[in-house]
Write a protein that binds this ligand. Structure first.
Ligand SMILES: *Cc1c(COP(=O)(O)O)cnc(C)c1O
Length: 389
């Protein structure tokens, strides 16, 4: 039934917890950790991911990603680590792309050697990069598109088809696009992951993760998830349900703002590079257009060499220089200090994360105010550069 509902209706209504007692307009929160024993296989218990709020929000996640099943986790990394450990064991091999979220990259590099799980990092710009990395013991191909922070695009359909052909599992981190802009299951991907801390939550006040996939794959994930215990509290599950009601409105506003800001930055004489998949000048614009319904709220750019990126961010008055992304408020950061801070300078240079690169999470503010803020900050750093020269 949910398949036929429009996206905004799914966001607003699917997975509501019915208030049978008082007929309230919104879902009640069930915070019990103990439920009366019923003659069923699995009793309700928060770590089993099956309290009323957890169970119902899972349905919303599944509907949003065109999947049979969904599951909510205590963080994006809980969703990612649990899912990978569910499908990989000692002696197995996974292929991932170089431009991976820093936390996922660290998880793989630091934890997998302890379990004897092998991994290969590939450029991942072409499907053939993944194909070339396949070994006899490969089990999973894992992608992230658009990538952080350079917004490179991976061919979802191509990778999914390759995985099917070789009998491998395909997994995608769909955080940057959100389910509004991209539905990878429609292109044949097996498992979709989200840091719900980002667009699904959208207000910089919820840490959560989500998985969407078939019932069969979800059973495998659930069996590991209940052992690892990365569930989300029902208070936060409720907060996330409430936040997703406005997901479409927020993301569409962010798509619009980001596109306008990307165009503005792209023609600015003090800016040398802009990375945004919605710009016709993006080398993978056509591919992005073929798999995304909107181009998202994330972009990156570099100021001209003589202008200091840190000084520029200090001069911003409206846009907040801060960690994380995808909130309704605009934020900027230097990836070399934050998301990619654990990589060496050589590793960063090899993937294009220069010290001058600024990642911009575009919010829902009035576009002209954002432009005005950037203009005044550029003016201020130009003045500083002149004084120093
Ligand atoms: C933030 C993020 C994660 C990790 O999510 P947490 O909620 O911080 O654990 C994973 N992938 C991407 C793309 C992210 O941006």
């Amino acid at each position: 039934m949910t398949k036929k509902l429009g996206l905004q209706t799914i966001c607003t209504h699917v997975g509501e917890v019915k208030d049978e007692q008082f007929k309230g307009a919104v879902s009640p929160i069930y915070i019990s950790t103990s439920y009366q024993f019923e003659d069923v296989d699995v009793k309700r218990y928060p770590r089993y991911f099956n309290t009323p709020n957890q169970e119902m929000l899972s349905k919303k996640i599944a509907a949003l990603e065109h999947a049979e099943a969904g599951m909510i986790f205590g963080s994006g990394m809980a969703a990612i680590s649990t899912t990978l450990l569910a499908f990989l064991k000692t002696g197995d091999h996974i292929i991932v792309q170089n431009t991976l979220y820093g936390g996922t990259s660290n998880f793989i590099r630091e934890e997998f050697p302890k379990y004897g799980i092998e991994f290969s990092f590939t450029d991942g710009y072409e499907v053939s990069d993944f194909e070339a990395a396949i070994q006899d013991n490969t089990k999973v191909i894992y992608i992230e598109t658009p990538s952080n922070p350079l917004l490179t695009i991976t061919d979802i359909k191509g990778v999914a088809a390759l995985a099917k052909d070789k009998g491998l599992l395909s997994i995608i981190d769909n955080t940057f696009a959100s389910p509004v802009n991209q539905n990878p299951i429609d292109f044949g991907i097996d498992i979709v992951l989200h840091s719900a801390t980002k667009y699904l939550g959208g207000h910089s006040d919820i840490l959560a993760g989500a998985v969407a996939c078939s019932n069969e794959h979800m059973n495998i994930i659930w069996n590991v998830a209940k052992n690892l215990g990365g569930s989300l509290s029902d208070f936060m599950v409720w907060m996330l349900e409430r936040s997703i009601k406005t997901l479409v409105l927020r993301v569409k506003a962010q798509n619009r703002n980001a596109k306008k800001l990307a165009k503005y930055l792209n023609t600015h004489s003090d800016i040398k590079n802009v990375y945004y998949p919605g710009l016709k000048s993006h080398p993978q614009y056509k591919l992005a257009k073929s798999q995304m319904k909107g181009f998202g709220g994330m972009l990156s750019f570099e100021l001209n060499d003589e202008l200091d990126a840190t000084a520029f961010q200090k001069e911003l008055k409206l846009i907040k220089p801060s960690m994380s992304l995808a909130g309704v408020e605009s934020t900027m950061l230097s990836p070399y200090k934050t998301s990619h801070g654990l990589l060496s300078q050589e590793e960063r240079d090899s993937i294009g994360v220069t010290n001058g690169l600024i990642r911009f999470s575009v919010g829902i503010e009035t576009k002209d105010d954002l432009i005005q803020d950037i203009e005044q900050a550029i003016k201020a750093v130009k003045k500083q550069a002149q004084v120093e020269a």
